[in-house]
Design a protein around this ligand. Structure first.
Ligand SMILES: Cc1ncc(COP(=O)(O)O)c(C=O)c1O
Length: 444
C-alpha cells in the first residue's frame, strides 16, 4: 500500500471503501463516512456521478485508446481547448500527463528545454519551498521539500533547492510580511540567476497545513522571477478545479504564472489525468522546424480520461461549483474557527474548501508537540477515532501536527455541521488525553 505502515494492520483490518455517493463513502460493512478529504483532495464534484461514468463508457466504445505521440484524438483536443478557455492570460498550451508527479516532472523538463532552446542551457535549477509536497518520482521528489520523504532515496535528481514557506503562525509581529518572497530572490542570486530555470509554488501550500500566501506575496515573486529571467510554475495539483473557489488557484491570488501543473480535480479523480498548462511563450520554441519537446508518457491524455475530464468541467460549470465554494467557504471556516475554544486548537487556516487545524500543546506559547507526543496523538488516537466516528480527514505531522479538511465542493451546511460535531468531540477528548499524559510526565 502507498505511504502506509503495513504493520499497523496486523491487529486491525484494512479499511476497504466499496461505494461512494455525493459527500459520503461506504466501507465493506456498509458503514457510512463523510469524505472530508474528497478521497485525497481530488473527488471535487463528489462521488457517484453518472455523467462521468457514461462519458467513460461512450469513449471506450468510440475509441478506447490512441496516443498523443505524433497523433491526436478528439477528446484531448477538446479538453485542451476547454482548459485554455478557462485559464487566465496566455496559458493556452496543454501537455497531458496521468497525474501530479508526472506533471511536475514534465514542467521541470519543459523549463530546462525552454531555456536551452533560447540559448540559456545553464538554467537547470528549480527552487521550491521547505515542507512543500510536489510528488514522489525522482525529479518531483527532489523538488518536494519534506525531509523524511527525501532522505531515504538520496541521492536525488540534482538541481532542486529549497526556500522558506509562508507559514506565518509563529512569525513575530514585526517581521516583514514579504520576507519569504524576498528569500526567493536571495536564493536565485546566491545560486546565480543564469543557473536557475524555475520557481515552483502552490497557491496554498498543502503539506504543513494549508499555508496561505501573505498579501502581495505572489506579486512580489512574479516581479523577482521576471527580474531574473526565471519561470514561475504554479503547482495546482490540489488548488485548481474549484478547490479554493476558482478554476485555477492563481486566479484567487491574482498572479499569472508561466506554467500551471495540475491533476486530481481535473477529472474529479474519476480517471487518472494530469496536465502541464504552459504560456504561449513557453511553448513557442517547440513549434517550429525540427524542434520538439523530447518527452512523453504513453497514457498522457488518455482518451477515456479526457472524456471524463470534459464531463467533469460540464458538471462543475452547470452546477456553478466555483461560485458555490466562494459562497459557502465562510460558513465552513466559521465552523472550524468555532473550535478555537478547545485547548488543543492553535490555528485554523486555509482557503476555499481547503483548511487545516494546527494542534498545539500550549495555545499561549504556541508550543508544539514533540515527535513522541505527536505520534501518540495522531496515530495513537486521532486518526483511528475520527474514522471510527465516521469522518475521513487527514491527520499529518510532516510539519507540526495538523488535521486537514478538503470536502467535495458540493458540501454545504449539513456536512459542515457533521464535521464540526465530530471534530469537537474528538479534539476535545484529544485535549484531555494530552493534558493527562502531560500531567503524568510532570508528576513523574
Ligand atoms: C501540490 C502537489 N504536487 C504534486 C503532487 C503529486 O501528485 P500525484 O500523487 O498525482 O503524483 C501532489 C499530490 O498530492 C500535490 O499535492
Amino acid at each position: 500500500m502507498h505511504f502506509t505502515r503495513m504493520g499497523a494492520y496486523s491487529d486491525h483490518e484494512v479499511p476497504v471503501i466499496v461505494h461512494g455517493d455525493g459527500c459520503y463513502v461506504y466501507d465493506e460493512h456498509g458503514k457510512r463516512y463523510l469524505d472530508g478529504l474528497s478521497a485525497l483532495y481530488c473527488v471535487n464534484i463528489g462521488h457517484g456521478r453518472p455523467q462521468l461514468a457514461q462519458a467513460a463508457a461512450a469513449q471506450m466504445e468510440e475509441l478506447a485508446f490512441y496516443t498523443n505521440w505524433s497523433y491526436a484524438h478528439p477528446r484531448s483536443i477538446e479538453l485542451a481547448a476547454q482548459i485554455a478557455d478557462l485559464t487566465p492570460g496566455n496559458l493556452n498550451r496543454v501537455f497531458f500527463t496521468s497525474g501530479g508527479s508526472e506533471a511536475v516532472e514534465s514542467a521541470w523538463k519543459l523549463a530546462k528545454a525552454y531555456h536551452a532552446a533560447r540559448g540559456e542551457p545553464t538554467r537547470h535549477k528549480v527552487l521550491s519551498r521547505m515542507l512543500a509536497y510536489h510528488g514522489t518520482s525522482m525529479g518531483a521528489l527532489s523538488i518536494t521539500g519534506v525531509t523524511a520523504l527525501r532522505t531515504p532515496f538520496e541521492p536525488l535528481t540534482p538541481g532542486a533547492f529549497h526556500v522558506p514557506n509562508t507559514n506565518s503562525y509563529r512569525w513575530s509581529d514585526d517581521r516583514d510580511q514579504l520576507w519569504a518572497a524576498d528569500a526567493i530572490e536571495e536564493a536565485i542570486v546566491f545560486q546565480g540567476p543564469h543557473t536557475v530555470a524555475a520557481v515552483i509554488l502552490e497557491p496554498v501550500q498543502n503539506a504543513g497545513g494549508c499555508f496561505v500566501p501573505q498579501d502581495g506575496y505572489f506579486q512580489r515573486v512574479r516581479e523577482i522571477c521576471d527580474r531574473h529571467g526565471v519561470l514561475l510554475i504554479s503547482d495546482e495539483v490540489i488548488c485548481a478545479w474549484g478547490r479554493i473557489g476558482h478554476w485555477f488557484g492563481c486566479q484567487r491570488y491574482d498572479y499569472l504564472p508561466d506554467m500551471i501543473t495540475t491533476a486530481k480535480g481535473i477529472s474529479s479523480a474519476y480517471a487518472p489525468l494530469g496536465a502541464v498548462i504552459a504560456g504561449d511563450h513557453v511553448a513557442e520554441p517547440f513549434l517550429h522546424g525540427k524542434e520538439s519537446f523530447i518527452h512523453g508518457f504513453t497514457f498522457g491524455g488518455h482518451p477515456v480520461a479526457c472524456a471524463v475530464g470534459l464531463a467533469n468541467i460540464d458538471v462543475m460549470a452547470s452546477e456553478r461549483l466555483c461560485e458555490h465554494v466562494r459562497a459557502n467557504e465562510g460558513a465552513f471556516r466559521e465552523r472550524l474557527e468555532g473550535l478555537r475554544d478547545l485547548p488543543i486548537v492553535g490555528d485554523v487556516r486555509g482557503a476555499g474548501y481547503f483548511h487545516a487545524i494546527e494542534l498545539v500543546k500550549d495555545k499561549q506559547t504556541k508550543e508544539t508537540f514533540n515527535a513522541e507526543e505527536s505520534e501518540h496523538l495522531l496515530r495513537g488516537f486521532l486518526s483511528g477515532e475520527l474514522y471510527r466516528r465516521g469522518l475521513i480527514c487527514r491527520t499529518d505531522d510532516r510539519g507540526d501536527p495538523i488535521v486537514q479538511l478538503a470536502p467535495p465542493l458540493i458540501a454545504s451546511e449539513q456536512q459542515f455541521d457533521e464535521i464540526e460535531t465530530i471534530l469537537r468531540d474528538v479534539l476535545g477528548e484529544a485535549s484531555e488525553r494530552m493534558a493527562d499524559a502531560g500531567a503524568r510526565v510532570g508528576a513523574a
